[in-house]
Write a protein that binds this ligand. Structure first.
Ligand SMILES: Nc1ncnc2c1ncn2[C@@H]1O[C@H](COP(=O)(O)OP(=O)(O)OP(=O)(O)O)[C@@H](O)[C@H]1O
Ligand SMILES: [Mg+2]
Length: 398
């Protein structure tokens, strides 16, 4: 390529990069931001696809977060070793790399190709670093024509630098957002407490009214206490400060233990609980206490949002094709309208029709989701209004 043509191509790529960087700076939702970054990376490096691996400083490992083209549920959360992988090399050396034939490179971590059924022909990877802090690795995979060039590396490095700052900003924003949300949410119970104490002090309040106000005080105080505990759990989980104590354990036994804990409450509501747990289940690797908390949150919902005389089914199984351990919790309760289904996992979200009838903080499912995704699993929900709801937990079998 003549020199001036080369220069104008580089300039136009930098122009695109500036546009992308401006876009990135305005994105504060981490998932959306990461997706934009990989799309931009594939585009700017003329690659078939791109992916981001994030660095977990506590576990000292990299894990896949997003990728273009391929079904990200396949790779999301997949751990890539710091040693014996190209991404790991980039993260340790904090240097970019171009590899023309990864299949022949001894560092190539084949597990990813095997899972996605794709073959990496060429890789251009850059570290995501901001203020000396390792954030992760950005990889462009399979150059559309020819090989990756030093020019590709230069623009991807520039994109990586912008991306790292944007990721860090979005994380900081999420933290301050969390505090704001909490303060917002405790306002309602606080103002009820305030009103109730004023009424209690009122000289002409009748004994009957006073007792009623005491009742309000008690429930609101309880709600505040519950909210603070769940909120603390959640913020620890979200920021990755909550350590997972991973062990191998018998999930069947844990499920039966959960059943024992909820049996009494279910009986009081005339609910029948069915337990379907096969004998020969494999052991699960995970944090037993946290998974127990997740299951209890789901079972509590199955009781709370059920109908008098309804049913709850607790089922465990192994899906052979997906190599997943499944736990299903279904109820024959009030159900959830479709439009709320994606929102119920959000912090503080409660279906409006339920919130005036049943007590709750709207944090239970957010905690569940954090625990399950922390195990590199996922949770799905199906529901029909008036008929009932089924939550399914998928945990990867190792
Ligand atoms: N099994 C279910 N059947 C019907 N609706 C449900 C069910 N589980 C959850 N929901 C809906 O999803 C919302 C969010 O659930 P979540 O468990 O996060 O909060 P919560 O139950 O309201 O409060 P808590 O923090 O005490 O658990 C609920 O308010 C309810 O509207
Ligand atoms: Mg709940």
């Amino acid at each position: 390529m003549p020199n001036n043509k080369k220069l104008s191509s580089l300039l136009s790529r930098y122009q695109r990069l500036i546009q992308i960087s401006l876009d990135l700076a305005s994105k504060l939702d981490l998932d959306i931001l990461l997706m934009e970054i990989v799309r931009a990376a594939a585009d700017i490096a003329d690659a078939e696809e791109a992916s981001i691996l994030l660095y977990d400083p506590i576990k000292e490992e990299l894990y896949f977060q997003v990728a273009t083209n391929i079904d990200s549920t396949l790779v999301r959360g997949m751990v890539v070793p710091l040693h014996n992988s190209i991404a790991g090399w980039i993260a340790r050396k904090r240097e970019p790399i171009i590899i023309d034939n990864p299949q022949e490179d001894e560092r190539h971590f084949r597990h990813v190709d095997n899972t996605t059924k794709m073959t990496s022909r060429s890789i251009l990877g850059v570290p995501l670093v901001t203020k000396d802090k390792m954030i992760g690795v950005l990889e462009a995979i399979n150059k559309k024509e020819g090989d990756f060039t030093p020019e590709d590396q230069e623009v991807l490095m520039a994109l990586g630098a912008q991306a790292a700052v944007a990721i860090e900003n979005s994380r900081l924003f999420q933290q301050s957002d969390l505090i704001g949300e909490f303060v917002h949410e405790i306002r309602t119970p606080l103002s009820s407490l305030n009103a109730a104490t004023h009424l209690l002090e009122h000289p002409r309040a009748s004994q009957d009214q006073k007792e009623k106000m005491m009742g309000v005080l008690n429930t609101e105080i309880e709600r505040l206490a519950e909210m603070s505990t769940s909120f603390l759990d959640l913020s620890r989980l979200e920021s990755g400060r909550s350590q997972f104590k991973i062990e191998k354990f018998d999930m069947g036994e844990l499920l039966r233990g959960c059943y024992d804990l909820i049996e009494k409450e279910a009986l009081e509501k005339s609910l029948t609980v069915f337990v379907d747990i096969p004998q020969d289940l494999p052991l699960v690797r995970g944090d037993r206490a946290k998974l127990k908390q997740a299951l209890l949150n789901l079972l509590n919902n199955a009781i709370k949002y059920n109908k008098e005389g309804g049913q709850i089914t607790l089922r465990a199984a192994v899906s052979l094709e997906e190599k997943d351990f499944l736990v299903e919790i279904s109820d024959t309760g009030v159900g959830i309208e479709k439009k709320h289904l994606t929102l119920i996992f959000e912090k503080f979200y409660r279906v409006p029709e339920h919130s005036d009838k049943v007590e709750g903080t709207g944090l239970g499912l957010s905690v569940v989701k954090q625990i399950i995704t922390g195990h590199r699993g996922r949770i799905s929900v199906e529901s029909e209004v008036g008929k009932g709801t089924t939550f399914t937990i998928h945990l990867p079998l190792l």
